[in-house]
Write a protein that binds this ligand. Structure first.
Ligand code: AMP
Ligand code: ZN
Length: 509
């Protein structure tokens, strides 16, 4: 055994320093991670879910490297305005008014929908989901602590003066005219980038969600929520804060300013003063026709992909094929290609599983739990891998290199391709790698992947029966009948694939 894997310290790209840094935990042996969660006023689109696939792979990688992980994801059910700055309505209030429903019902419905997507994408449960409305008291306390030195009051609320902290906006890098232009003017603000900590309910109005505070009845600002929940649960400074790249521009610089005011004050040359040592951002999933926007009629929800016959894990694989810091363009062709690749992987593992089961039943010391273990690098390093060792080394080097999942996936393929090697070892290594990739390959079956599009009219049994008739016709050399059945199926959206190397025989188009 070589110990190449041990030589790959985990390096992550810190948006704050714009450089790759070796991960050094704040608390020995631990990793504490906070991810900005969804605003639950509507269904998440698949772009939003890319952010959580990324955070999940990060968490799994930290576990692989042996750190005891505490991951927190918040649920924003108050405070996020229709504009990232301070103008506009609260997204939750607006949706509740449009639907004539209570905010609490809206929040609960979309929180459940988000969690369903989390499960479908095989994203691990974090240690804690923090819900913003459960932390309002702590938010008021936090705001009280920084109000005197860092805030000022206007008629519309309490505002944070960004000139009171060092290096404001370093994370965004671009305090350009353009950047500031995006922030809508609120009369009386001292600096264009100042933001609301507490938003007072305008006189004569009431909101469904409002609380008393020293600055009047109202609701907390969105940025305040994440500072409070991350600090409360993980303690400042914690290790890693994640979010989509849009958060690098306003939300996270504002969180950092609050964190500095609350605990650190000093400049950001020492990244710990930002409240988290490393700030990581996934790039966007983009779609040319604008279907990623929640305001478009048929926006890209995970359920839409499933309705069209794509297994949700194919979308996870599509995300993993790109680096999280690269923009990823969504296309149905790309998703189809990912599904085909997933099918190949599932078939490769199925063969292995069957062989493994045979060996286990023949062995006196069965290792039956191989597929259920949460593997760590330490566990696999303590073993002899022989011909499989290069694949393990490649896998660890890739994943340690700022989560290069695209290359890590090819290392997984390498494992499946190694010939004449102990099937038990091969199965163990495949299981260990999938503990990081999270494709659930050891449980998925071919049947799971054959999802029927919602629009499909024929049942699977009817398709199989037609194919059996076609087989008989072909055996009897009645090619006219065989072609007729084939055309009939094509008319129903079922493509017959004679000699399909994947053995899938038919496909729904
Ligand atoms: P929201 O519910 O709008 O607060 O967004 C939830 C998460 O999704 C945040 O981390 C966003 O930065 C992220 N996000 C939003 N749009 C996209 C996209 N198109 N691709 C990837 N991540 C996104
Ligand atoms: Zn946040």
């Amino acid at each position: 055994m070589t110990d190449v894997a041990a030589q790959n310290p985990l390096r992550l790209f810190n948006s704050l320093t714009r450089s790759l840094e070796v991960f050094e935990p704040v608390h020995a042996g631990e990793a504490r991670v906070y991810s900005c969660g969804p605003t639950v006023y509507n269904y998440p689109h698949i772009g939003n879910m890319r952010a959580y696939v990324f955070a999940d792979v990060l968490g799994r990688t930290l576990s692989w490297k042996g750190y005891a992980l505490t991951h927190v994801i918040n649920i924003t059910d108050v405070g996020h305005l229709t504009d990232d700055a301070d103008a506009g309505e609260d997204k939750m209030e607006k949706m509740a008014a449009e639907r004539a429903q209570s905010i609490w019902d809206i929040a609960d419905h979309y929180k459940q929908a988000y969690w369903a997507d989390v499960r479908a994408l095989n994203i691990r449960q974090p240690a804690q989901w923090t819900v913003a409305t459960d932390y309002v008291e702590q938010m008021i306390e936090f705001a009280k602590g920084i109000a005197e030195k860092h805030c000022y009051e206007l008629e519309s609320g309490l505002y944070f003066d960004v000139s009171t902290v060092a290096d404001y906006g370093r994370l965004a890098r671009a305090q350009t005219e353009d950047g500031e232009g995006r922030i809508e003017a609120v009369e009386g603000k001292r600096n264009a980038a100042d933001f609301a900590i507490w938003r007072k309910t305008p006189p004569g109005e009431s909101r469904q969600m409002e609380w008393d505070s020293p600055w009047g009845r109202g609701a907390p600002g969105w940025h305040l929520e994440c500072s409070v929940m991350s600090g409360e649960v993980l303690g400042f400074p914690f290790d890693i804060h994640t979010g989509g790249i849009d958060h690098r521009e306003i939300h996270h610089p504002n969180e950092i300013a609050q964190n500095q005011a609350h605990c650190c004050t000093n400049g950001l040359d020492d990244p710990r003063n930002s409240g988290a040592r490393i700030w990581m951002h996934n790039n966007f999933l983009v779609e040319r026709s604008g279907k990623m926007s929640k305001s478009s009629g048929e926006f890209l929800r995970l359920q839409l992909l499933i309705d069209r016959g794509y297994h949700p894990v194919a979308y996870r694989l599509m995300c993993l094929q790109a680096h999280y810091r690269s923009e990823l363009e969504f296309s149905w062709e790309g998703l189809g290609a990912a599904l085909t690749r997933l099918k190949r992987m599932v078939m490769g593992v199925e063969t292995l599983k069957a062989r493994h089961a045979e060996l286990v039943s023949a062995s006196s010391a069965p290792k039956a739990s191989v597929f259920e273990e949460a593997w760590t690098l330490k566990q696999v390093q303590g073993d002899e891998w022989g011909k499989l060792q290069p694949a393990l080394d490649k896998f660890d080097a890739a994943i340690a290199d700022d989560l290069n999942t695209a290359v890590a996936l090819t290392a997984f393929d390498d494992v499946l391709a190694v010939k004449k090697v102990d099937a038990i070892k091969k199965a163990e290594l495949a299981a260990a790698m999938d503990a990081v990739l999270g494709l659930n390959l050891l449980n998925l079956t071919r049947a799971d992947l054959r999802i029927r599009p919602k629009s499909a009219r024929l049942t699977e049994a009817e398709i199989e029966a037609a194919l059996a008739r076609r087989k008989e016709a072909r055996a009897a050399k009645d090619f006219a009948a065989s072609d007729a059945i084939r055309d009939e199926l094509a008319g129903q959206g079922v493509e017959v694939m004679d000699g399909d190397p994947l053995g899938w025989e038919w496909k729904l188009s």
